[in-house]
Structures are given as C-alpha cells and as structure tokens.
Write a protein that binds this ligand. Sequence first.
Ligand code: PRP
Ligand code: URA
Length: 239
Amino acid sequence: MDTSPPIEKVGPDHRAELPVAVVSKTVPFENVHVLTQTPQLIALLTIIRDKKTERADFIFYSNRIIRLLVEEGLNHLPTVEHTVTTPVDRKYDGLSFEGKICGVSIMRAGEAMEQGLRDCCRSVRIGKILIQRDEETTLPKLFYDKLPEDIANRWVLLLDPMFATGGSACMAVEVLISRGVPAERILFLNLIASPQGVGKFAEKFPNVKVVTAFIDEGLDEKKYIIPGLGDFGDRFYTM
Ligand code: PRP
Ligand code: URA
C-alpha cells in the first residue's frame, strides 16, 4: 500500500504551471469532514508548521485557520426554515439555526480556539475539560471539568487543535456523553489530525462529527504528529 502523502497541484486554475503541495490524506469515515484544500488553507498551514515561525505569527495564522474551521463547523449544525420580511416589504424564505450551542475546550491547547468560536457566535457559553497527555506513556489523564449545567440540551463544539493518538479526544467525548450529551450532538473541531487518531475515534464514536483542517502522515515514536507542527500549546502560549 502506498503510504506516501498525496501531492497535488494547488492554485487558481488560470495559471499554466501550478505549484504543488502535500494535501490532506482522505479517510473512509462518513463522520470525518476535511476542509477543502484551498491554496489559502495550505499557505496558512505552511506558516504554522514552519519551526522558524515565531509566536506572534503562530498565533495570528493559527487564528486564521481556526476561523475557517469554526465557519465550516457551523455548516454542520441543524437549521430550520425561517421567513423574514425585508425593508421593501417582500418575504424572504431563509433559514435559522435550530437549537442552542456551547463550546467545550480541551485544556490547554483547545482554549486557543475559544476566541474563534466567540468571534462567530456572540456570547457563546464555553465549558472546559482539563486533559493532559502523560509525557512518558502518552496516555491522557483527566484532571478537571466545568461544563454548562444544561449541556445535555445543547449542541457541543468540542475544541482541540491536535488529534494525535486520539486518546484525549476520546476521553473528552466520554465526559460529554456521561453528562447526557448525545453523541450525534457533538462536533469536534481540530486543526491537524493523524490517521491513527481519526481511525480510532471514528470507530469508537461513529456518530460524532469531526471537522479537521488536515489529516497528516502519521505519528513519530513519541506519538507526535508528523510532519505536524510540534507542541501546539507550547508554541501558542509559552515559546
Ligand atoms: C495535546 C493536544 C491534545 C493532545 C493530543 O495536549 O492539545 O489535547 O495532546 O494528543 P492525543 O491525541 O495523543 O491524546 P497536551 O496533553 O500535550 O496538553 P497541552 O494542551 O497543555 O499542550
Ligand atoms: N500534542 C501536540 O501539541 N502536538 C502533537 O503532535 C501531539 C500532541
């Protein structure tokens, strides 16, 4: 089986010679949606993957991608028909979102995605789950959660930029389900995933939707995503 990453020509189609870039892998899971591999997305990802990129730029360009993820994520929420009257007294048959939402970030790195959600959903409620990967075993450990009281009646946008072994995301979904949130009402927003993490998650939670910007090649011996971008939390908050 060819495991080399897919390389595609990426760019506006009026150019004779298009540049080539590695694009996301595809996976055979209906619940996993990968953002369209546009030149803009690939260029933004190239900046945050670059180890020479400094913190201010890492934050700025990560936020750009997070915004794209949130905007796409909102397309996966249910809507109902909604008719309005315009200022020229005509009807417009449109849509409105159905149901209440909230965000839940997996701390620490997931908190970096909260502002992007707030920018699109004014005064959205946000819960927190503190899960840390043990650096030796790479297994996730749950320390704390604080979630909206009525979370069982909301759609939940679960936020974490890195999806490596999938252990942390699975643990977070288990917490949400234990609080009464149906799996079908959880939407996991993620920047970079590994095929192993996505596979494990999709088999365990076939009804939880995932929206990711990119599925990478795999994991290294320390279970870091490759080529990846290193430690997201360190690069966003402390480096
Ligand atoms: C990172 C990342 C995910 C997790 C992914 O967090 O933000 O939560 O690792 O790895 P996994 O899929 O193998 O579980 P980490 O625990 O390093 O903490 P941080 O957010 O403080 O950086
Ligand atoms: N956490 C990160 O921040 N990066 C990885 O590649 C894996 C876990």
